[in-house]
Design a protein around this ligand. Sequence first.
Ligand code: ZN
Length: 243
Amino acid sequence: MTSLRVTIWNEFLHENSNEGVRAIYPDGIHTVIGQALKEHLGEQVQVRHATLVEPEHGLTDKVLTETDVMFWWGHMAHDQVRDEIVDKLHRRVLSGMGLVVLHSGHYAKIFRRLMGTECMLRWREAGEKERLWITAPGHPILTGIDGDYFELPQAEMYGEHFDIPEPDELILMSWFAGGEVFRSGCTFRRGQGKIFYFRPGHETYPIYFDPNIRRILANAACWAKSSGGNYQLDARHIPNPIA
Ligand code: ZN
């Protein structure tokens, strides 16, 4: 039975313009992320896809209303996301929609709006090894991840300083072969919404086929869903005991 409604938003531009990316993700990064969720959550999860070129970027009021958790992958066209759609996304997060921001989504309009900072970072694309250290053992997003760390053989480097507000929780810290470190797994709350920023995912490496990454994506979908009904205007009305 479906209990978790996820919408995976993808620019879907690199896959159509770069042969190397198309070879890894012929049907788009969003479909591979969706498969990872299905692999771990089965019938519990309903997956929708939405992309930049669709009317309203695929994010109609109906889609937003019917989304418990949104995944966001964008890289080269953040400025093409229309401001009125960002306004609607922002309101949905504040009212309880979960948001999982992937990789270069650090610079998406919606993430910068929610953070209130520029969210800039250092970067280098040199196919370096990345070691992701677990800094919050037992965190629900890390369920099933064994050991003190896991590694990706090749990744784009992101390095500190990462211009974000202090996260509520820092659950993964990356080290790169070139020497930099980066806060790769960060949680935030804004209003009623739970937000998870998860760094890996550069399009020229098969990051979303990695078993640890896939498990974390599925865990994040479950974690980011609001418990629901936890914010009711009626609950704030305290009857006058004298009346
Ligand atoms: Zn990248």
